[in-house]
Write a protein that binds this ligand. Structure first.
Ligand code: MN
Length: 285
């Protein structure tokens, strides 16, 4: 099932090129008062709402998804986790290009650890990326994004996928420079998630997903998640050794080689096997 959030916080089920409005199902979510829970209410409820979502989708005729504004399919993650230097070829290109590495000694993800992107970066495909510091190099990083479905605290490798709600395309946008990654990658709109959430049952092997990104029609990144250094299982197990993962938490699994600069006016096209395609426009903030 493909679930999207669009326009004025409407909830949709995507089938083919149509989006079916299932917003009424949100009435089944628990009413919340302060303090809000530390997870995304919809993602947490997905297993029990699935039947209602399917029924609601079948009752509406749907409209062309090209005509809606796609927002991040996850509204309220407790955290967005980034995986640095997680493809060997990207490590190699980073070592060669000091405009990426900035003098840092790049070793391995195991030595580097994971980083966090601010939740306030998060946007959907329809919102686009607003570049700041346009005198500096701003790069695209195309990644498979994993969305956690239930609370995960120190989970073993072999059970890691039991904790996944689904997958989406992630763009871990970055301004290059000497600052720590969590700062450079936390600019508003520098975390794109979309075009929708594909539930985990549709991606039987997240460690074998084709991913590709083009800018203005020119292919820049083209790889497969089988080339991940730390694969999806390991990222979930490792992250959950340090902090509890909550429903709606997002793990951006790392970018393959081919990262490169974008400028205002550019158009990124992203595609991932089993997920779909999304178009993301770049503008100046
Ligand atoms: Mn990244």
């Amino acid at each position: 099932m493909k679930i999207c959030r669009y326009d004025d916080n409407r909830l949709g089920v995507v089938q083919g090129t149509l989006v079916h409005d299932v917003t009424a199902v949100l009435d089944a979510l628990p009413a919340q008062r302060w303090p809000l829970p530390n997870h995304d209410l919809l993602v947490e409820a997905l297993p029990r709402l699935r039947g209602q979502l399917e029924a609601a989708a079948s009752r509406t005729s749907g409209r062309d998804i090209a005509g809606v504004k796609l927002l991040s399919p996850v509204a309220n993650p407790s955290k967005i986790i980034g995986a640095p230097i997680n493809y060997k070829e990207h490590v190699e290109e980073s070592k060669k290009d000091q405009a990426i590495a900035y003098g840092r000694q790049l070793k391995s993800i195991g030595e580097f650890g994971l980083f966090l992107k601010a939740n306030s970066t998060l946007v959907g495909a329809g919102e686009g990326v607003a570049l700041r510091f346009t005198d500096r190099r701003n790069d695209h990083e195309m990644e498979l994004a994993v969305v956690i479905g239930r609370k995960a605290d120190r989970v073993p490798l072999e059970r890691a996928l039991d904790y996944v709600a689904g997958y989406a395309i992630g763009l871990d946008m970055t301004v290059r420079g000497p600052e720590v990654p969590s700062f450079r990658k936390s600019i508003d709109t520098y975390g794109v998630l979309g075009p929708w959430l594909v539930t985990a049952d549709e991606i039987p092997d997240p460690n074998n997903v084709d991913i590709a990104l083009s800018v203005n029609g020119e292919i820049r990144q083209k790889s497969n998640t089988r080339f991940l250094d730390y694969n999806v299982h390991k990222l979930i197990a490792w992250a959950s050794e340090y902090y509890t993962l909550y429903p709606g938490d997002i793990i951006m699994t790392g970018t393959p080689e081919g990262v490169g600069p974008v400028k205002p006016g550019d158009v990124m096209e992203c595609e991932a096997g089993g997920i779909g395609r999304m178009t993301v426009n770049i503008r100046a903030a």
